[in-house]
Design a protein around this ligand. Structure first.
Ligand SMILES: [Mg+2]
Length: 105
């Protein structure tokens, strides 16, 4: 069991390093950071749908699910790395952009 856990964490760690190298910046806004995490979970969901319902070859579909689960986990780790750095509405200067939606006049 430890071997599989070590293997999985090793893959997550490698993906984290790859992602940080390719995209060194991470949002200061946790909602944007969350969107990146959610995007990866969306890709995992699609891979699962393909596995279960589409005519994707089993090995290929399994490989896609594994890849997307690892990417989602790596983005969760990035989210956690950012925990102490996210800006709130009260932080100044926090360039969080709000759009006023008071209706057209
Ligand atoms: Mg992905």
């Amino acid at each position: 069991m430890e071997n599989i856990i070590d293997e999985i964490f090793g893959k997550i760690s490698a993906e984290l390093l790859r992602a940080e190298s390719k995209f060194p910046w991470w949002p200061f806004d946790p909602l944007h950071a969350h969107a990146i995490v959610a995007e990866e979970f969306g890709e995992l969901a699609k891979a699962c749908v393909d596995f279960r319902f589409e005519h994707v070859e089993r090995t290929t579909a399994t490989s896609r699910m594994e890849k997307e689960a690892i990417q989602a986990a790596a983005m969760c780790v990035r989210f956690l790395i950012g925990i102490g750095h996210y800006k709130t509405r009260g932080d100044d200067p926090a360039p969080i952009i709000y759009i006023k939606t008071e209706g057209e006049k």
